[in-house]
Design a protein around this ligand. Structure first.
Ligand code: FAD
Ligand code: NAP
Length: 492
């Protein structure tokens, strides 16, 4: 449900004059004023939301100038640090983003962390409009005892580790155990399970990092359980990703036909696309494989399984208390109907032994700056179609606007909508009318604070280096994972 403030707030409540005089310090303006009559817009974050918002603005306003600020040294957000290495086709969107970055009305400023290196009010002062597209950089905590034990990781950091996110390179997951448990049944959970179970030689030609591939080659993990608090009709993953799991070489699915009882009779009433997904689950759980196929499956040394109606209660420690040895799950049943169906505990408990727990129950956005409203409960910036509630000239797009769900396509549509609202406001005269200094003012501020941004052409140098590094081993690239090394390569 929308938070209270969304209901009473209406766009028409925005002041007609913006910015308020107090913000427009004359010295700031005089010093940096340019002759430009073009709208100066900045976007915070260079993931799909940032790039698609920029693309929309540039396409639909012939004079608009868009600066994209990014805290990493490299662009593209989760397309680089989230999308699985064995899904290279998904990363083709980078070509479109690169075209946008090459526009002479667009600039990329990497190595700038908004909220730390520059504040949002400083950006508002320098630009006609600011769009916050900084994604969801945190993970949803389990909030159960034992969560801090060695051997428990968030899927977010595990994904960051195999995808080369600099801050996750120290993760060093110990894969010497036989069984791993993934909590959650979304597409991220399936990505992680697939990477754990894919024969490493099948990952050799992807952009997975060399270090992660080395650890996966030594992995002893044979069985991966994906645990859901609700049932087969509520899984959050999609059919393509399920099919990939079913077809994993040398790996067999373990689905308990008991858990699918009665589902066959309900198939007809399930709307698509969940109907097709459920049919595939049911078929995998109940269909007896042909003799040849059965022999092939039985020979599979690795396995994955779905456990339904189980909610995590406690991470169990090993006898010496030094690492994870299992997970205690509350058995659940469903209550409610439709979208409101939720899992409630039956009172029964079950312990599942394992040596690795990966929590994949969702990502989470953080507040960026005290001046920006933030709904801590929903983990989003309160907004109306991308207009930040009560802050004229401030917009948001992507996961920080919608919450951490949706694929790149949905993020694109959402970002176009934010771009549309912004341009509507510009046309209606609701944004500041005088010239704004844009990046000139921000670069001066950053320089005074010792922050040295990197440009898109700097990224292209790093990109060329990565591609060259990958060539020897037939990989599309060998990612640079060390910020200091990247800066050194850029002559910093
Ligand atoms: P992000 O992609 O997270 O981009 C946010 C950007 O903001 C980042 O670059 C971040 O560094 C930057 N930033 C954060 N804070 C600051 C700050 N303070 N200052 C400056 N910059 C900042 N979708 C698909 O269609 N196909 C897939 O295969 C797929 N795989 C996925 C795999 C995983 C593991 C995950 C988590 C998601 C996947 N998705 C996939 C979904 C897709 O990645 C998202 O829909 C999309 O990335 C959301 O875009 P965004 O721009 O809102 O966030
Ligand atoms: P998600 O799809 O929202 O799935 C989260 C899972 O965690 C659900 O099974 C959810 O169960 C469970 N969960 C949440 N809170 C829980 C709790 N407290 N205890 C136990 N279980 C809990 O999130 P995601 O997997 O992080 O994916 C995020 C988005 O990225 C999705 O839209 C996804 O499709 C997209 N993505 C796409 C791809 C792809 O296209 N290949 C790959 C990765 C990610 P309930 O349903 O019961 O809440």
């Amino acid at each position: 449900m929308a938070p209270r403030c969304w209901r009473w707030w209406h766009w028409s409540a925005w002041p007609r004059t913006w910015p308020p005089p107090a913000r427009s310090t004359p010295s700031f303006r005089q010093h940096f004023s340019t002759q430009e009559k073009t709208p100066q817009i900045c976007v915070v974050g260079s993931g799909p939301a940032g790039f698609y918002t920029a693309q929309y603005l540039l396409k639909h306003h012939p004079q608009a100038h868009v600066d994209i600020y990014e805290k990493q040294l490299v662009p593209f957000g989760l397309v680089r640090f989230g999308v699985a290495p064995d899904h290279p086709e998904v990363k083709n969107v980078i070509n479109t983003f690169t075209q946008t970055a090459h526009s002479d009305r667009c600039a990329f400023w990497g190595n700038v962390e908004v909220g730390r290196d520059v504040t949002v009010p400083e950006l508002q002062e320098a630009y006609h409009a600011v769009v916050l597209s900084y994604g969801a950089e945190d993970h949803q905590a389990l909030d159960i005892p034992g969560e801090e034990l060695p051997g428990v990781f968030s899927a977010r950091s595990f994904v960051g580790w195999y995808n080369g996110l600099p801050e996750n390179q120290e993760l060093a997951p110990d894969l010497s155990c036989d069984t791993a448990v993934i909590l959650g049944q979304g597409n991220v959970a399936l990505d992680v399970a697939r990477i754990l179970l894919t024969p490493p030689e099948h990952l050799e030609k992807t952009d997975i990092t060399k270090a992660a591939l080395g650890v996966l080659r030594q992995s002893q993990v044979k069985t991966v359980w994906l645990v859901g608090r609700r049932g087969p009709l509520q899984v959050a993953f999609t059919i393509k990703e399920l099919r990939e799991m079913i077809q994993l070489p040398g790996t067999r699915p373990i689905l308990d036909p008991e858990e699918f009882l009665g589902l066959q009779d309900r198939i007809k009433e399930i709307p698509r696309p969940r109907k097709r997904l459920t049919e595939l689950l049911l078929q995998t759980a109940t269909q007896k494989p042909r003799a040849e196929e059965a022999a092939h499956l039985a020979s599979g040394s690795r396995a994955w399984g779905l456990r339904f109606f189980r909610s995590p209660q406690q991470v169990l420690p090993s006898p010496d208390g030094r690492r994870v040895a299992g997970i205690r799950l509350a058995v659940t049943r469903l209550e409610g109907v439709g979208e409101a169906i939720r899992a409630v505990p039956t009172g029964d408990m079950e312990d599942l032994p394992c040596g690795l727990v990966l929590s994949s129950i969702g990502y989470k956005s953080r507040p960026i700056d005290p001046s920006v409203p933030f709904d801590l409960k929903l983990g989003v910036i309160p907004n109306m179609e991308g207009r930040v509630v009560d802050v004229p000239g401030l917009y948001c797009s992507g996961w920080v606007k919608t919450g951490p769900t949706g694929v790149i396509g949905t993020t694109m549509n959402d970002s176009f909508l934010t771009g549309q609202m912004l341009l509507q406001d510009l046309k209606s005269g609701l944004l500041a009318s005088g010239p704004r200094p844009g990046s000139a003012a921000i670069q001066a501020l950053l320089s005074s604070r010792g922050v040295r941004p990197v440009s898109f052409s700097d990224w292209e140098k790093l990109d060329a280096k990565e591609v060259a590094q990958g060539q020897g081993s037939g990989k599309p690239r060998e990612k640079l994972v060390d910020r200091q090394e990247m800066l050194r390569l850029l002559g910093r």
